[in-house]
Design a protein around this ligand. Structure first.
Ligand code: SF4
Length: 330
């Protein structure tokens, strides 16, 4: 199969708020606005941004846990929005999710073994022997001892529970895993173990990841490419290497400047960022970042900058740093 494994085209998600007299008057939360990207087989695309930027809504749209207001999600060329319920169920084998909070995403009444074999048993009947063999194999794959298959989630540590969530996602041999803040609830040392586990599994099994995080340190560690989101839109899309070496969008610059630097030899950028993220119910006109941007010009207040292709292959949405004489890619 040629072409990207996952392709997202002009995705929009608006959530109406329950107020207003007429339906057309209902204010909407503009969670995702015209987002497009693709993911190749075996690649890790990170989506990063402050809370409320729409990154978790994208995870839900990719899994079709919610339907888009507009736009399409294609997996291996098939539009998952066009699938009937039974077809979607079969396609979900290929796309699995790992959640932020391992504890609330695992059924507390099931044993570890039952939790990780349940997805497979939704498709085929397993004998007790087959179930135990599968559970042991999956547990070993994520670095857990097979003996814990009889324990409940409450008897496991946070790191063990997240490994269990990963084993469950692996059970159906997916081509792509959507990981939504998958390590943010864990201690730093456990975070590193889980990130290394995900990278090892990717190398071994060729799985692609969409890794959603607010933590730039985590993104730099695990990502091949990164999409930076601000108020529902991608403002910069680049390889991790080029983005961290030389951010172009003023928001990316400010995010990187504000992040803790693990490497003391690396210079810190001095880029101030004032104010708070505006409400997605009434985003600023033009470039949504303009009230906080020190480079803002008159046109920034009226015209939304398109994501354009720079010479080095990255996409940037900024009237000043990526003038539109270049080709608009998304
Ligand atoms: Fe700043 Fe204007 Fe670029 Fe937006 S378009 S980031 S306001 S310079």
């Amino acid at each position: 199969m040629s072409g990207p494994l996952l392709k997202v085209k002009n995705l929009v998600k608006h959530y109406p708020l329950r107020s207003g007299i007429m339906k057309k008057d209902l204010p909407v939360v503009r969670a995702v606005e015209n987002v497009s990207f693709s993911v190749e087989a075996g690649e890790t695309l990170c989506i990063v941004g402050e809370s409320g930027c729409g990154k978790s809504t994208i995870a839900r749209l990719l899994m079709r846990l919610v339907d888009p207001t507009e736009g399409r999600v294609l997996l291996d060329g098939t539009d998952i929005g066009s699938l009937r319920k039974d077809e979607l169920r079969a396609w979900r084998r290929r796309m699995q999710m790992v959640f932020q909070d391992p504890y609330s995403s695992l059924n507390p009444r099931l044993t570890a073994g039952q939790i990780i074999t349940e997805p497979v048993e939704n498709f085929e009947r397993l004998s007790r022997k087959q179930r135990e063999a599968l559970a042991a194999e999956l547990l070993q794959q994520v670095g857990l001892a097979p003996e814990i298959m009889h324990r409940l989630p409450s008897e496991l540590s946070g790191g063990q529970r997240q490994r269990l969530g990963i084993a469950r996602a692996l059970s159906l041999k997916p081509s792509i895993i959507i990981a939504d803040e998958a390590v943010s609830a864990l201690d730093v040392s456990v975070q590193a173990q889980i990130l290394n586990l995900l990278m090892d599994l990717q190398e071994e099994l060729g799985i692609a990841f969409v890794f959603i995080s607010h933590d730039l340190g985590v993104v730099e560690h695990i990502g091949d490419r990164v999409a930076v989101m601000y108020l529902g839109r991608i403002v910069e899309l680049a390889t991790c290497e080029s983005l961290f070496a030389k951010p172009v969008h003023p928001y990316t610059e400010a995010l990187i400047a504000a992040a803790p630097i693990p490497d003391p030899t690396r210079a810190r950028l001095e880029v101030p960022i004032d104010g708070e993220v505006p409400s997605p119910v009434r985003p600023p006109q033009g470039c949504a970042f303009h009230p906080r941007c020190s480079l803002a010009e008159e046109r920034c207040r009226t015209e939304i900058p398109p994501l354009v292709l720079m010479q080095d292959g990255r996409g940037v949405a900024c009237h000043v740093r990526a003038p539109a004489r270049q080709v608009t890619i998304l």
